[in-house]
Write a protein of this length. Sequence first.
Length: 258
Amino acid sequence: MSTVNSSSYHAFTACTVQISGLPRRAVQAVCGYCHNSEKLPINTSKSHGNDDDVVERLVREKFENIGWLMGKTASQHRCPSCFSAIKASRKRKDLMATTSTKAIEVSNKIVQIPPLTPAAAAPVKPSAQPPWAEKPAPAQTPLPETDRKLTRDDRRIIFQKIDEVYGDGATGYSAGWSDKRIAADLGVPVIWVSNIRDENFGPNIDEAMVALINEGKAMLTDIQSALDAVAAATKELNAAVDRAVRIDSRLKEATASL
């Protein structure tokens, strides 16, 4: 199969298609990710003739109209299936980023209990780091490289397995599944699973982890409510102590005058 004017049509390949039993000039695009291909007939008999730039623009528009993502080079083309997976992956990542931001905002709302001001009462001081506060996640160790080459069949099998057990960017894997388990089940390096999952699905989390995070958020909300109640009670206690100090002073004055 020869290339159509390779100096200009570097992103497409010349071919022919049968229309009404007759061969027609056509071009073929190949997905740079899964290598699926598709052929479309072209017509150079119109006013644009053999103008390479016009023909190439029209070819790109034809493929885009049927769902392709057309890149500047052949390796950057994505078929409709891969293009849909890319858009879904971006949506999952955006959702996960929004969820993480909200979790940080909730954890940052923890307030300190105000101390009692009168000398008769001991100040209430919260610990610098409450035991229920979330600890920072440990730094991730980069996955080891492997000399084994990832084939198209390997990629397809890994993608299908992740798709079976992965929900979305907010929930991650179903219970019990992870990059390591998929790699062990399929007999492939973990880094392959990690890369394909990160590119097309979302973060390496599972339902149990998400449930624990949500439980922690609910607990933080309850603690915040309790702290607000303690702060209100402390304010009332301070006022009562002030009254007791004033009454004691008046009693001493009254006793001294007898």
